[in-house]
Design a protein around this ligand. Structure first.
Ligand SMILES: [Zn+2]
Length: 77
């Protein structure tokens, strides 16, 4: 009889831990649904080679963006 009680006890502990793990996984999933691009900022395209680069790392000339100083100089148009 004590074996059955022990079995039920272990079973309920495993079930409870499974529930906690499931809740944690759900919370982590909810957090990961936030757009990851928000932190990195806006991405722009190099007018010369079409490479996508973060806006703050780009070289800007008017409304045109470039990935490096060399492409800014090479660009005509
Ligand atoms: Zn470029």
């Amino acid at each position: 009889m004590i074996r059955i009680a022990l079995f039920i006890f272990i079973g309920s502990v495993v079930w409870l831990m499974g529930r906690i793990a499931c809740q944690n996984a759900q919370e982590a999933q909810e957090k990961s649904t936030f757009p990851p691009m928000k932190e990195k900022g806006h991405f722009v395209q190099c007018a010369y080679c079409d490479t996508h680069i973060p806006e703050r790392e780009s070289i800007q000339k008017g409304n045109t963006h470039f990935c490096c100083e060399q492409h800014r100089q090479l660009y005509r148009g």
